[in-house]
Design a binder for this molecule. Structure first.
Ligand code: ATP
Length: 243
């Protein structure tokens, strides 16, 4: 039991929750190490949302709202961390939700789908096809979902799949605390923020922005500049540590 007044209570409680989800078969063991990499980067950002990330979250809302067929792609870590937040984003953005796993088994697909549905998320179902140009099981997706999506939100993605989605002409929005990852570098828009801070922010902006702002934001952004700003944030914090 972690004492509620522990200075790192939230982080430790999240670890405990993810470990439990791993034991239940929702999170893959590899997902725990991916979370650790995310934690390390979040430490460098002071575990708070930067102004650049907030800008990216507003742009993400605009891209989702202006899409014809937006889809949120959910993996094990995303479901474990944000099942309770995705229903709100789905409702505010009008996006479909599809489960897509690297370590894919029927049992894991069912468990993750159930977890999401228990939190009020409507999850797309159907027969998956090998629609993405990838050799492993992440190629599998639904024609009615990611297959025909024009905008895909991919929280906690791996670089290969992000590049595959981009090569299909889809607009890809990634949430990734590592501004140096292949995912961050190849997505059309990268939100360098922690998932459980990013999802509520995008949801709020989906409810806030009007049509004019939506059009302006979805056309006029520079992802390289957003990533450069994230790297500058890290440098600033590291320089501060030397004072
Ligand atoms: P790439 O293939 O894109 O170069 P990678 O090999 O680091 O990246 P993964 O191992 O799949 O990709 O890691 C997932 C990414 O998700 C990591 O970059 C990590 O920083 C990020 N991440 C992990 N947990 C979170 C979180 N809670 N919020 C935001 N990002 C996270």
């Amino acid at each position: 039991m972690i004492p509620a007044d522990h200075p790192r209570y939230r982080s430790l409680a999240l670890r405990e929750h993810l470990a439990r989800c791993a034991r239940e078969g929702i999170v893959a063991l590899e997902g725990l190490t991916a979370h650790g990499r995310g934690e390390a980067f979040d430490y460098l950002f002071g575990e708070e949302t930067s102004p650049a990330a907030l800008r990216a979250e507003r742009i993400a809302a605009a891209l989702l709202l202006s899409a014809e067929h937006p889809v949120i792609s959910v993996n094990g870590n995303t479901a474990a961390l944000a099942a309770g937040l995705l229903g709100g984003l789905q409702e505010a953005s009008g996006a479909a939700v599809e489960v897509n796993l690297f370590h894919r088994t029927t049992e894991r697909m069912e468990k993750i789908t159930r977890l999401l549905e228990d939190h009020g998320v409507r999850v797309l179902g159907g027969e998956p096809e090998r629609l993405l140009p990838l050799s492993h099981d992440r190629a599998l997706c639904l024609q009615a979902g990611i297959g025909s999506a024009d905008v895909v939100l991919v929280p906690l993605e791996d670089g290969d799949r992000c590049q595959a989605l981009c090569s299909m002409g889809k607009t890809v929005i990634a949430i990734d605390l590592n501004p140096l990852s292949r995912t961050a570098r190849s997505a059309d828009l990268t939100i360098v923020d922690e998932l459980t801070r990013a999802i509520p922010a995008i949801t709020r902006f989906c409810r806030e922005i009007d049509r004019d702002e939506m059009q302006a934001l979805s056309k006029g952004f520079d992802n390289r500049e957003l990533l450069a700003e994230a790297v500058r944030d890290i440098i600033r914090r590291l320089e501060h540590a030397l004072d």
